[in-house]
Design a protein around this ligand. Structure first.
Ligand SMILES: Cc1cc2nc3c(=O)[nH]c(=O)nc-3n(C[C@H](O)[C@H](O)[C@H](O)COP(=O)(O)O)c2cc1C
Length: 420
């Protein structure tokens, strides 16, 4: 039996630790977020439902995105032991320049809609952290505005080749003139994927005031205050139609673009060229033969073809075939620094984050994006230390096993006969 006694006031006093209260509510909120999922929860509370759903949602049944995230969860990480990891070097080179971390910010359209600071916050935070920022053709800040927000850092430009070729080419010229060093040509969007959440929410660009949007605004006054009191959304290249994003994309994109367009763009662009949205080994080989500098294995965050291949699952095969000829990057589903480390271990030169960045942006503007980058960076460093690797080059396939959940069904003898 333990002998009981009355608590002594001096001992009680020793146990009491009152922290100085944080008076800045935004900082308090963001500091309390320990994961990207925590930032997402804050974002959801602060952003109108239709805007949040536009950002978070994917196409059709949202299966591509769910599988991509599941694939990252279904890994086993294999640490080594007794190596000095008091310091780890997370820096890398990508597309002829450096990056402090093996991830950068993916291109996203309509970003100022999510939070009014939009691309300015993304580019500024990326510049401060020493990682690259990518501006979308459907961005809501001009090319020059992004350059001003990230004057000393690396800016990349994502290109959609649209029906109006001259508009696309004009953007390429402006991005080159502003010193953007790499061009990402997105090829997975001949038409828009079916973003059903947007249709169900009646989400339009610009947002329209209906009875339900007004009711939804009541608990989210700050978003509306920002939206109504800051400069009007300005698109780098499009005139808004009042339709859904899908309708806007369908009217702007040209479903007939081909490899010939890649040739034209290469002739115009002085920097590195990357093709974004590659989804099989054959296309990767073809692009390597054509001499592009990089590819992004991506299914557009699940927003285009649903039930598309999981990029992370494609990665080892693609790296084996073309990894020596071009830089293989990957996105879709990254929510944790360990996802990034696992991708590098399986041969990715670099990774891009879309929603992880946008959740931070919606949670707290520039400070929220800083928080996203800090969370992912801490997770990268901690995962590397626990794996006992001191630099990214030390990572290899021996550190990751992809555990099998879904696997292709082998063709049945009958279907082989029928095909023959
Ligand atoms: C709201 C939103 C808008 C996007 N807009 C574009 C775009 O304009 N151009 C593009 O190439 N990709 C776009 N993407 C795809 C991202 O570049 C990236 O491939 C994807 O977000 C990666 O998946 P993740 O969100 O799971 O990180 C967008 C993604 C989101 C979530």
């Amino acid at each position: 039996m333990v002998k009981r006694q009355l608590p002594k006031p001096a001992e009680l006093f020793e146990l009491m630790r009152f922290k100085k209260p944080e008076l800045d509510a935004r900082k308090r909120r963001l500091d309390a977020a320990l994961t990207i999922e925590d930032l997402r929860d804050i974002a959801r509370r602060r952003t109108p439902r239709a805007v949040f759903d536009y950002t978070e949602g994917a196409a059709e049944g949202e299966i591509s995105l769910a599988r991509a995230r599941q694939a990252f969860q279904d890994i086993e990480l294999h640490p080594s032991i007794l190596r000095d990891v008091s310091k780890v070097d997370t820096s890398t080179t990508v597309l002829g320049g450096s990056s402090a971390m093996p991830f950068g910010i993916a291109p996203t359209g309509f970003t100022r809609l999510m939070q009014t600071e939009g691309e300015t916050a993304g580019a500024g935070a990326a510049g401060a952290a020493g990682i690259p920022f990518t501006l979308s053709t459907l961005g809501t800040t001009s090319i020059e505005g992004v350059k001003a927000a990230n004057p000393g850092g690396r800016n990349w430009f994502q290109l959609y080749v649209m029906r109006e070729r001259e508009v696309s080419y004009g953007l390429v010229e402006r991005a080159a003139a502003a010193g953007f060093d790499s061009l990402f040509f997105t090829v997975d969007t001949p038409v828009a994927g079916a973003r059903l959440r947007d249709r169900r929410n009646g989400f339009s660009i610009p947002p329209q005031l209906t009875l339900s949007t007004v009711l939804d605004a009541i608990p989210r006054p700050w978003w509306w205050y920002d939206f109504l009191t800051t400069p009007k959304l300005e698109f780098a290249s499009l005139t808004s139609t009042g339709g859904t994003v899908g309708e806007l994309i369908d009217s702007a994109m040209d479903p007939s673009i081909s490899f010939a367009d890649l040739d034209v763009i290469r002739g115009m662009w002085p920097g590195k060229i990357v093709v974004k949205g590659v989804q099989n080994v054959e296309d990767s080989k073809k692009l390597a033969d054509l001499g592009v500098d990089g590819i992004v294995l991506s299914n557009h965050g699940g927003r285009q073809l649903d039930r598309a291949p999981v990029p992370f699952r494609l990665l080892p095969d693609v790296v084996r075939e073309v990894g020596d000829d071009l830089e293989v990057m990957i996105d879709t589903g990254i929510m944790n620094g360990a996802d990034i480390v696992a991708s590098v271990a399986l041969g990715a030169r670099f990774t891009l984050v879309g929603r992880a960045y946008l959740y931070g942006l919606m949670a707290g503007g520039r400070a929220g994006v800083d928080r996203t980058i800090a969370i992912l960076s801490e997770q990268v460093v901690r995962t590397m230390k626990l794996l006992e690797v001191a630099s990214l080059d030390e990572l290899g396939p021996q550190h990751v096993t992809q555990l099998q959940r879904l696997q292709p069904v082998p063709p049945s003898p009958r279907s082989v006969v029928r095909d023959a």
